[in-house]
Design a protein around this ligand. Structure first.
Ligand SMILES: Cc1ncc(COP(=O)(O)O)c(C=O)c1O
Length: 465
């Protein structure tokens, strides 16, 4: 027998062991210490052995429990960054996607999977209030933002032909780092990214945007695109989409919305996202607030022709031999990627299993948990809320009797202590130059009791110091 072949019995045995381990993870997840009792050197040593010349067979699985010991995320009180919880039906979909191993390049190579992804994308677009948009699944928000801005560049300042793109991109000072990265990667030059000031709620100021555009036009530069953020990574602020859309239309600019974090919440709070449907392109991460296993980003766009202008470079060797609009469809004509994993399967399975209403409800619970934490912070004299809570990110700090000048250093130390205690995990943000503790609720497992523990643990960590 071929050395890489598995008998059906062997496959089943391995799958059963891995399923048992996955079940053990899910059952014990919330009671695990979030901070692993492992140092950097410990984790490196765990994998120092390297790759064997002769296969270990089933013994290869024996070290998998190590991964459980060294994992942090997923727990209901892991509230750092913007980290989705990994919905298990989605995980099973991911497993099957790898076994089926379809390469989602074009309908001709993988008919059912391509149609399934197109259907999932259409369904998501409708669910967030952008019916008629199409698009594709990406590795994440950074990739989707890069693709949205590549479309903007090709629409207004094509580099395909002359190779020297130019144009100015506008985003708020709160924009995610992936926007600056995209501008740089697209060859537009970092100096052509304008970071527009925000209002007291951390939303881009349309008046300041208007002034910046006028200044660039007066200087002979070419405005290219506005990037609105719908859910900033620091505070969850949603830029004023109708005003920004109006400005973009008036000045003939591309409107890209970075909704990697916030846009799934349009399913629960549609009024906060009015104007989203006026975007030319938008990103949203299903691996954040739709709880899917990483990776699962989404790029949506209004006009597929604009995507083709940016991404279609098909030579004869990949030309699809069909005039049928479905059978002739190729994702590589509308995406950076050629080989693409079957990301849509987890999302499709998870959303069909639970239904849209269950996702809406989970998002509502996260929103409530964030408000609950903000209220608890405001009710506790030694804590201070540092930003209004518009979605599910809460920024606050310990003040107590600590003098103002020492609060940054105190809270940085508090965060290290809090995370080392291992019951709650928060990350940090800089809010008006101040060091903030940041909790972000994008986890379907988090309960009001977990929120209570956040406050309890922050106060306990402060006491430790
Ligand atoms: C607003 C925003 N945009 C983009 C990203 C990048 O997304 P990804 O990590 O999926 O590349 C993030 C990540 O947190 C984000 O919060």
């Amino acid at each position: 027998m071929n050395a890489l072949e598995l008998s059906p019995e062997e496959f089943r045995r391995l799958a059963d062991r891995i399923t048992a381990l996955a079940e053990q993870w899910l059952v014990t997840l919330d009671s695990r210490r979030i901070a692993p009792a492992l140092t950097g050197a410990d984790t490196e040593a765990s994998f120092a052995e390297g790759l064997p010349e002769v296969g270990l067979k089933e013994a290869a699985l024996d070290s998998l429990p190590l991964l459980l010991e060294g994992a942090r995320a997923g727990n209901a009180r892991f509230l750092g960054y913007v980290l989705g919880s990994g919905e298990p039906v989605g995980a099973l979909g991911d497993f099957l996607a790898s076994v089926l191993n379809q390469n989602i390049t074009a309908w001709r190579s993988s008919p059912a999977a391509v149609s399934l992804e197109r259907a999932v994308v259409r369904g998501l677009a409708t669910a967030v209030g952008c019916p008629g948009f199409s698009g594709s699944l990406t590795g994440g928000g950074s990739a989707a933002n890069l693709m949205g801005l590549a479309m903007a560049r090709e629409a207004h300042a094509p580099a395909n032909e002359n190779g020297s793109p130019s144009g100015v991109v506008y985003a708020s000072t709160e924009a995610h780092m992936s926007i600056a990265k995209a501008v740089a990667l697209l060859g537009l030059g970092r100096r052509n990214l304008r970071l527009i000031p925000t209002d007291s709620q951390w939303r881009m100021r349309p008046d300041a945007l208007e002034q910046a555009i006028a200044k660039d036009v007066a200087a002979g530069r070419r405005p290219l695109a506005v990037v609105a953020t719908a859910g900033t990574v620091n505070t969850g602020a949603v830029d004023p989409l109708p005003a920004l859309a109006e400005l973009a239309t008036r000045h003939g600019l591309w409107l890209h919305v970075d909704g990697a974090f916030g846009v799934p919440a349009a399913m629960a709070l549609p009024e906060l996202f009015t104007g989203l449907e006026r975007a030319d392109s938008l990103s949203m991460d299903a691996h954040k607030w739709l709880y899917q296993p990483v990776d699962c980003g989404v790029l949506l766009f209004r006009d597929a022709i604009a995507a083709r202008r940016a991404f279609s470079f098909s030579g004869d060797y990949v030309r699809v031999m069909s005039s049928d609009s479905v059978e002739g469809f190729a994702f590589f004509d509308e995406s950076i990627e050629l080989s693409r994993r079957f990301r849509a399967l987890k999302l499709w399975l998870s959303m069909r299993y639970h239904g849209l209403a269950a996702f809406r409800e989970a998002i509502h619970r996260d929103l409530q948990n964030a408000r609950r934490l903000a209220e608890a912070v405001e009710a506790e004299a030694s804590l201070e809320l540092l930003a209004p809570v518009s979605l599910s990110a809460v920024c606050f700090r310990y003040a107590g009797a600590v003098p103002e000048a020492e609060r940054d250093a105190f809270n940085a130390g508090l965060l290290t202590r809090l995370n080392a205690r291992g019951r709650v995990y928060l990350s940090n943000a800089t809010i008006s130059g101040r060091f903030a503790l940041r909790a972000c609720f994008v986890n379907h497992r988090t309960t009001p009791e977990d929120v209570r523990q956040v406050v309890e643990e922050v106060l306990a960590a402060a006491k430790d110091l």
